[in-house]
Design a protein around this ligand. Structure first.
Ligand code: CA
Length: 223
């Protein structure tokens, strides 16, 4: 795995480079925004760690340029504590995670690993049932390529039904899986969610895929 570290403070840059190398990563280190932009364009980077306050080009400008060029490797930003607006700007520019300075290197390494795992799983994150397709990582749903806009609950219902396609799923199963532990659960509401979900899918001719089985629950079947 190849990691790009962008940090203008030379002591920290060197410290991070050595530590990531010791972890077995291939490390490129850039000291300013222009260098960072160049490395991200020319090298097959798997992940970038970008300090936002940089000479020449800011971290935000660098990330924005990469994303505009469809460079999709995960980016973790480093920000100064007092400047919370930077976090928001960084995430909006396309960063995936952030860490506030000062931080523990252990934490940075743990976050890096998590981001790389997530990025690696991205290609396997789709569930396909006939023309119905759901992407777990981006939470996007399409029917024959047409995007379907779902609320968070509708999405969770569909995800669960698709993960159990062909099986009978009871209302209580669904209730357990779509609510977090601490939420007020109501199995009567499931009927409402399923009804709305079916209606939205029906706009693309896919509502019939969800069958209601009297007193038993639901089953997603795709011919
Ligand atoms: Ca800096």
């Amino acid at each position: 795995m190849r990691v790009l570290i962008v940090e203008d403070e030379s002591t920290l840059r060197l410290q991070l480079k050595e530590r990531f190398e010791a972890e077995g990563y291939v490390v490129d280190a850039a000291a300013d925004g222009e260098e960072a932009l160049y490395f991200g364009r020319e090298y097959p980077i798997d992940l970038a760690i970008v300090d936002l306050g940089l000479p020449k080009l800011s971290g935000i400008e660098v990330i924005t340029a990469w994303r505009k060029e469809q460079r999709s490797f995960p980016v973790l930003i480093l920000t100064a504590k007092a400047r919370w607006q930077e976090k928001v700007e960084g995430l909006e520019a396309g960063a995936d995670d952030y860490l506030v300075k000062p931080f523990h290197i252990e934490e940075l390494i743990a976050r890096t690993k998590a981001l790389l795992r997530r990025a690696a799983g991205r290609s396997d994150s789709r569930i396909i049932c006939g023309e119905l397709q759901l992407d777990i990582s981006s939470q996007r749903v399409t029917v024959a390529g047409n995007p379907v806009e779902l609320t968070a609950y509708e999405y969770r219902v569909l995800e669960y039904l698709m993960l159990h396609a062909g099986e009978v799923v009871s209302k209580s199963d669904l209730t357990e899986h779509i609510y977090a532990e601490d939420q007020d659960r109501d199995s009567n509401v499931i009927e409402v969610f399923v009804g709305r979900l079916r209606k939205k899918l029906d706009a693309f001719g896919a509502g019939r895929f969800i069958a209601t089985l009297r007193n038993r629950g639901y089953r997603l079947t795709v011919e």
